[in-house]
Design a binder for this molecule. Structure first.
Ligand code: HEC
Length: 179
């Protein structure tokens, strides 16, 4: 795949996401991720929390999903609290990663068949394919998305209490936070 083709693929993807977003905005009013999205979630958010932890999303996006990941994590992972994505687009990004960025893919078959942006591994130039994250089943992905949309997307900044609820009471991870 040439550089131009790759740029085009990226542009088409962004356009598709943008269209998805405006359509979502029209249908969902202002508070997306709070109202209509929740009713479409089929997963189990408690199990989803385990998938979130196991998949190392927090390494880059921060335990609270606020974009404050590990200082040595690659790329600039955005706050998922502020994402405007609809759950369907969110899922696709987790399954397929984002081409040309550090956002990894988590679908075992990504780029082995054409399920991800119609692309196959051998069509990428060296080092341009998204990296592989921890693979997860469709059921785990649904659980993860339920967790994220119920606990992260559209939420205010995480507090000390949220931190202790996430880790455990007395956790050293929460020591620097205001009570
Ligand atoms: C190795 C670091 C890394 C890991 C691990 C990671 N991400 Fe990301 N993620 C990123 C980066 C960097 C971006 C921004 C890419 C870009 O430049 O657009 C991103 C973007 C995203 C986006 C798009 C957000 C938006 O509003 O456009 C979503 C959704 C997302 N990540 C979810 C996840 C989830 C869920 C997990 C765990 C299953 C995860 N990420 C794991 C680095 C990571």
């Amino acid at each position: 795949m040439s550089k131009i083709e790759r740029l085009l693929a990226g542009a088409i993807l962004s356009a598709m996401l943008a269209i998805g977003m405006t359509m979502g905005a029209k249908a969902g009013g202002e508070v997306q991720g709070e109202t209509d999205n929740l009713s479409t979630l089929t997963g189990d958010s408690v199990r989803g929390h385990k998938t979130w932890k196991k998949s190392k999303c927090a390494f880059c996006h921060g335990w609270a999903g606020d974009g404050r990941g590990h200082p040595r994590s690659p790329g600039v992972a955005p706050s998922l609290r502020k994402t405007q994505l609809e759950p369907e687009n969110f899922k696709e990004i987790v399954r397929c990663g984002l081409i040309g960025t550090e956002m990894p893919y988590h679908d075992r078959m990504a780029y082995r068949d054409d399920r991800c942006y119609g692309m196959l591994a051998d069509e990428f130039e060296p080092d341009t394919m998204p990296r592989k994250g921890k693979t997860m089943s469709d059921a785990s992905l649904d659980n993860l998305v339920a967790y994220v949309y119920k606990n992260v997307v559209g939420k205010r900044a995480a507090t000390f209490d949220d931190c202790e609820a996430y880790f455990k009471v007395g956790s050293r991870n929460c020591m620097g936070m205001k009570r």
